[in-house]
Design a protein. Sequence first.
Length: 276
Amino acid sequence: MGITFIGGGNMANALIGGLVARGQPADGFRVVEPAAAQRERLAASFPGIGLFGEPEAAALAGTGLVVLAVKPQKMREAAAALAPHLPSAVPPVILSIAAGIRLADVGRWLGGATRLVRAMPNTPALIGKGMSGVYAAAGTDAAGRALAAGVLEAGGEVVWVDDEAMLDAVTGVTGSGPAYVFYFLEALEQAAIDLSFEPSVARRLAYATVAGAIELAQRSEHAPATLRAQVTSEGGTTQRALAVMEEGEVKTMIIAAVKAAAERARELGDAFGAQG
Ligand SMILES: NC(=O)c1ccc[n+]([C@@H]2O[C@H](COP(=O)([O-])OP(=O)(O)OC[C@H]3O[C@@H](n4cnc5c(N)ncnc54)[C@H](OP(=O)(O)O)[C@@H]3O)[C@@H](O)[C@H]2O)c1
């Protein structure tokens, strides 16, 4: 049973790359991608892969899973073009990775598909280090969920949610999350430059500090608050720094920012759904 991707851009390349690296043969994948340059890139990276410029029976015959990997703004049009070609005898599971698009809308645009899964990956999925929140519609059986999870795990970790609305929360925490970390990196790098380090050294200091702290936290049995307390001695340098952060309500602001992102995800879902 093959897997068909609709859209052969960055995400499709990353997921197929991860699956091929895990031993799945490239000829088990078919990709519908209108852009010739993208098809050439896929053909060069994955010899033997099936490539199509538009949906047609050969792209979908016998497929077990269709991954919708087009930009959210193109999803309605892509789904409408796909609908007449979906096999009806054994309908494939449909996995949408488009940010903000709700399954009720995907199902409607596909003319009533019910085996539906929606995932919200994040950009580290492009290097196999992502975190995807995943939700399955009620009509999706365990086998369908497993098929979808198998693809998403090629991009990193997977967390299932039982309520589709929780994917807006996932978007706020992990979808937009890499940007929060990059923002912190920017600040740490700038501080190092202000303290007279060369820019290239400042960047190394910032990256190594964040990477080291995260790995230490992951390996530790302690919560981040405990780890922070362990490096904060009374009257010391870290305590002085943290006092400045507390005065600026940095933690409160980060929490408010994540909640604002989740709220924006909900608004965007409403707007896409209003397309009809
Ligand atoms: N990149 C990430 O880390 C990330 C994270 C979370 C969620 N996502 C979601 O993943 C989806 C794909 O993102 P991406 O970064 O891979 O986007 P991308 O690189 O733009 O890839 C999408 C591809 O689909 C093609 N396409 C457009 N209309 C199509 C149609 N009707 N049928 C088939 N293919 C079509 C596009 O061609 P054209 O360029 O010619 O339009 C493009 O090559 C998005 O919905 C995004 O929200 C991505």
